[in-house]
Write a protein that binds this ligand. Sequence first.
Ligand code: NDP
Length: 602
Amino acid sequence: MNTVAPKKEVDFDPVALRKRYDQERDKRLRSDGNEQYQEMKGDFSHFIEDPHVVEPINREPLEDEVDVVIIGGGIGGLLAGARLRESGIEDIRIIEKGAGFGGTWYWNRYPGAASDIEAYTYLPLLEELDYVPPRKFADAPEILSHCNNIAKKYRLYDNACLQTEVQKLVWNEESRRWTILTDRGDKIKARFVLMVNGPLNRPKLPAIKGITDYKGHTFHTSRWDYDYTGGNSHGNLTGLKDKRVGVIGTGATAIQCVSHIGETAKQLFVFQRTPSGVDARNDRPTDPEWAASLKPGWQKKRQKDFTAVLTGQGAQLDEFDDAWVDLGRIFRRRMQEAGSDFKMEDFSKMYELSNFEKMEDTRSLVDDIVENKETAEALKPYYAYMCKRPCLDDRYLPTFNRDNVKLVDTNGKGVDYITEKGVVVDGVEYELDCLIFATGFEVGTDYTRRAGYDLIGVDGVSLDEKWSKGMSSYQGIHSRGFPNCMLIGNGQAGFTANYPDALDEAAKHMAYLVKHFLDNGITRVETEEQVEKDWTAEVVGTKAVTVMGGSSCTPGYYNLEGQRDPRARYNQPYGGMMGANSYFAKLKAFRKDDKMPGLELS
Ligand code: NDP
């Protein structure tokens, strides 16, 4: 394996690139930030209907009690359930709005859907399930099936409520229980509630003028309509053979599905506001010798090493060999070249030059693949690496060499408006039979809006009221006034691009907490006021230490759409985008001697 990125002729002009990046950012900055998006309710609620329900559940409302309710049956909820079971906690109920488990992978079944974090670190509990993925990258069906296997192994279907949406949670001080009210009329009591709603669970639409006028077929990628397109998540969308299709959005989702649409549609228009950086994927079968050589504990170590690499620690770089480590390798090579001339005060400059070099590589890949020069130019991302979610895909760029596929670049502005027939850009109307929104998910909007329910806590105060000026928590887990209720995987906690790693850290922590509370007869847990204030202030005061999440970037959900909404800063991860390891260390220190610092227990 390469230990050093190959030395290159570096012929970019940092001054010109810096200027270009600024220009590209400035033309995309807008005062409405997150408000540019349309919430999927009212006229838009059909966009989030579940297309995967085979048999609608018909059951009597429940009025019972359990020790722990987990809201959300995605990877985070499954991990919480698994870790609770491992701790011997049996009285668990997962409530999930989908008809099955999997969360992101239950909903996102669009053609080409896959993880582009290697499966060996992404798929949780591999050793526990005695499973080594057959290929480096897992696709959506494999991940969904793995989620189901976790649920089976840890008996999480037992007592679960699927196709059930939580509508409200109400705290009862006397009984020290939460009552969970659902859209099926349930009134479930729980001693502890774990909210694992997922950070990207609420699809969003752009609030483009005329969006309700469109008369053709339309859907969001997270609710792919195979009845209309034909095919499945491996492609073969035969229903599109005679259709003119438009895709709005060119984020990680579009990068994966566009090639499949282009393969079969009569005509495909891809409407682009900002191009994604697309690196080679180079998927390959798992080496059986490597698989046979794995020793117990291998996966945890690999996950930790990957998170270390993603958070800027170089020691484990050579364990990995995909585009995620390119920047680290370039940086290391530049350090080695500088030798004893390198001074710590040059760190930022060297990081910036390495980042320029990485993105030059990504841009040159476009030139290597895309034949039309104008299209190639428009597909090049002019912003720093990690300003937007990097993509790994070998099929996207070649799609633009097809005669039936056209990139409609909007020069950072987005489409002008939508008519009953199609989409208008620069005065040209593109008539469409089908308009697909690959426009992503809400991030940084109010928690209760994304969760879809509110909590009524101590003295009748709701979470919505308490967080009206922004999220407030201790460890991203506890919020005063909402005892016995804990959050997993949202703001103010640790974030890593290998998200299941952060979810598992949280799940293990929850299992530790709940077991401690149950074993010690603790019936009420609440965070201390000052501790919560301090934690929240630290999160809000955190400035991005690298470009990821930084205000120098083109807007997007990584930097809260340019950070125009001051409340959005409260939803940042602890320590910013590079703080995962220090966050995990904090949780570990908290658990050290069972003292529960910062929590009031009774
Ligand atoms: P994103 O939020 O990343 O992308 C939304 C896209 O819609 C952007 O290209 C955005 O442009 C565009 N857009 C929004 N409004 C307009 C408009 N008015 N006109 C034109 N374009 C518009 O959502 P995705 O679903 O692509 O991805 C979300 C996240 O899900 C990813 O970042 C990743 O974390 C995860 N994911 C991971 C995958 C993987 O592992 N491979 C695959 C898919 C998703 P602009 O950039 O200018 O805002």
